[in-house]
Design a protein. Structure first.
Length: 40
């Protein structure tokens, strides 16, 4: 029982970290795109 909840917690944390990293990358990409559009 304990091991099962541990796995669920780990998966939840992993998904949270992946989502945070993805949103950060998307934010950076959007920033770069805006900068490039201003320079052209």
């Amino acid at each position: 029982m304990f091991l099962g909840s541990l796995v669920v917690d780990f998966v939840g944390i992993a998904i949270g970290v992946a989502a945070a990293a993805l949103s950060h990358l998307v934010y950076k990409a959007a920033e770069l795109k805006e900068e490039n559009e201003l320079t052209i």
